[in-house]
Design a protein around this ligand. Structure first.
Ligand code: URA
Length: 241
């Protein structure tokens, strides 16, 4: 996306150059004001530069907002448990969010999470693009619908497109958000949902271990990046499938 795009409330302004380092990008994000007032701070992505896998969530929750770290609340704990069962070390992957500020409704003492609107997701998208450019993961994982919208630029059904996908030039993977599993009321459905999630994470670990994961490279070598299945492209119309 063009850095010339006019933005408000501390996001990149007309003519602002793309940051050259993740520290520079993070300084820009940290200095910005929330689009919807209330959040304590911007919650930055976390993990090593050049991590093989980048996980993208929706937005920080209450705990993340208080601690200033992504995925440290209940959804983060579930994600970390599932990662560990799938053989993924959280400290060796990059974890971030599509939206950098917590949006909530105050109910008494509780701050209840509010889903970001498509306009809010779009508002933060330039940053996510810059972040992924700088971290340069082999595989970008969308956790849930908001992350898919941010990465693909349009909505995709998780049920239909779950699995390997291309996000505008990034090798990607769509899976559910851990909060979705936490909210499932039925115990056995929840257990099955968790097992499916761990299975997705195992596929993600294997895919990220494939050295030539970029679709163009994989095509050149005459093989699909995913075992026996051609990746779908999120840059083509989702509605044509
Ligand atoms: N949910 C998210 O999408 N991100 C977080 O950081 C925490 C919960």
């Amino acid at each position: 996306m063009s850095p010339k795009r006019a933005r408000t409330r501390g996001l990149p302004q007309t003519g602002e150059a793309e940051p050259k380092t993740l520290d520079a990008l993070n300084a820009m994000i940290a200095a910005s004001k929330p689009l919807v007032p209330g959040a304590t701070r911007a919650v930055l992505g976390e993990g090593p530069l050049g991590a093989a896998i980048a996980f993208v969530g929706e937005q920080p929750g209450d705990k993340e907002d208080r601690q200033g770290r992504p995925f440290v609340g209940p959804a983060g704990q579930l994600l970390e448990r599932a990662m560990s069962e799938a053989g993924i070390d959280r400290h060796r992957v990059y974890v971030t969010n599509a939206v950098k500020h917590f949006k909530f409704e105050q109910r008494g003492k509780r701050r209840i999470h509010q889903k970001p609107t498509p306009g809010e997701v779009e508002h933060y998208r330039w940053w996510l693009d810059q972040e992924l450019k700088l971290v340069h993961p082999k595989l970008v994982v969308a956790l849930g619908a908001t992350a898919v919208l941010a990465l693909a630029g349009k909505p995709f059904s998780i049920a239909r497109f779950r699995g390997r996908i291309d996000f505008r030039g990034h090798a990607g993977f769509i899976t559910v958000h851990p909060s979705y599993l936490l909210r499932m009321p039925d115990k056995s459905a929840k257990e099955q949902g968790y097992r499916d999630f761990v299975r997705d994470l195992q596929s993600i670990r294997r895919l990220a271990a494939v050295s030539a994961l970029h679709p163009a490279t994989a095509r050149k070598r005459g093989r699909s990046a995913a075992a026996g299945r051609a990746p779908r492209s999120a840059s083509r119309s989702a509605h044509s499938r």
